[in-house]
Structures are given as C-alpha cells and as structure tokens.
Ligand binder design. Sequence first.
Ligand SMILES: [Mn+2]
Length: 277
Amino acid sequence: MSTYAIGDVHGADHLLRDLLNTLDARGNVDAFWFVGDLVNRGPDSLGVLRRVRALGDRAVTVLGNHDLSLLSLADQPDAIGRAPESLKPLLRAHDCAELLDWLRHRPLIHRDTQLGWTMVHAGIPTAWSVDEAIDHAGELEQALRGAEHHQLLTHLFGNTPSRWKPSLTGMKRLRFIANALTRQRFVTVTGALDMEYKKTIANAPKPLMPWFLHPQRASACEHIVFGHWSALEHVEWPEHHVWGIDTGAAWNGTLSALQLDAQPPVLTSVPPLGGEQ
Ligand SMILES: [Mn+2]
C-alpha cells in the first residue's frame, strides 16, 4: 500500500483531480496526505475543499497559513465583500459552514511512526524535536477547536514573537506556534523566525538560512515533508531528510505528490492544463 504527500493545491481543483486520477490508476493507494494551503489564489477553492473532504479517512490534511487566513476571514463581518474573488464562491456555497468547520478541525502536524514520516505546512522551529512540535501544535489545535476560536482567529496574525521561549503564554505563544508551523521559511543563527524574506536561498541576506539547514535543528534526524515554499530551488534535500513539495500549482507550475513509502521517495507532478511539465 502506498502513501502520497500532495503539495499546496491553492484552489487548483483541475490539477488535483488529474493528480488523484493518476495516483489512483496505479492502485493500492492507502492514504493521501495534504501539506496544507488547499485554498486561495487558484480558481476553485470550493471544489478542492469538497474533493479533499470527500476522501474521508483516505486523506490527512494539515493546516497552512492560507487555510488559517480563510477561517479568520470567514469570521469577519461582510466576509464575502472582503474576500478575494477566488474565495467568493466558497463563502457563498450552501455547504460553506460545514466545509470550514471541517477545515478548522484539521491538525497542524501529522506523524506516522510506522511510515517514518512527519508532515507540516511550513517547518519546525530549530529548538523543537518532532515530539515537541506535536505537543505545541496540539495547543493551537485545541484552541482552534474550542469555544473561543472566534477570538483566537482575530488575534492570531502578526509577525511576533520571533523567538521561542517555553515561558511564552496566551496569544503570543499561540501566534509563535502558528507562525512556526505554517509560515516560516528562514531563520537566524539563533533559530529566530524571519517573517520578512520569502525568496530564494541564493539571494537570502546573511545570516539567514532555511529552517531545515540550521546546524542545531532538533528535528534533524526525522524525515519531514512540507509545502509553503514555491520559490525553493528544488524539492529534495536528502542529506537533511526533508522534502519541500510546493511546486507552484498557484503560479502556473505543477501539482506534485511524493510517494513516501518508496525508497527513495518518488515525485509525480501534473502540469497545468495545456501547459508543459
Ligand atoms: Mn503557505
């Protein structure tokens, strides 16, 4: 049986349909993992949410920053008026509340110890082992599922604090957890999150480095698949046991799936309609 991790779909439902058909045609698919950012940018976020939710127990989805932003937007007065065009059909749909409720109950990290893989949308902070990341993700998951989730979604966004301290409390603690797991790309030598620079590694201002190249990263021994970073030059970083599989479905790139049970993992990508791979 095979498990595939699928990169950021970002509303590209036609690509998702093609990719799932391609993988299903091979038979023996045990599970589809989604690295998050199912929605926004592409033309059919509504179609993507319906399609992934309909996979039921065959799919495991972690939340991305765009998924959290959508949940926050949907909570605001005049959400449809404020929404980008691509999200309006979703917000007007008869099953919108159900779909967003489903989304809000997704985890922020997923680990399968038997398979030997962990999935997260953006990354894991330098100081955290995967076990610690799972514990801290649980704090935010609990808050998102709790009665106070409206208030949480109003205050969750912002670039600070950039440094983890176990003594952080309240909204600062939850905001760090959200930023670390769903938004980070680069970190400083001390492991602080840099929330500003978003482009290539080659042009990164010193001394920033990708989170997964930090020499003291506590999660360095584990296999990790993530998305979020379509400007990453390549997907495979075998010496660091990480794969970044956002291949830019939202930017006329491809949508990719990584077969996690293969040795080494195998990437399958579907091109945009009429485009070249
Ligand atoms: Mn993202």
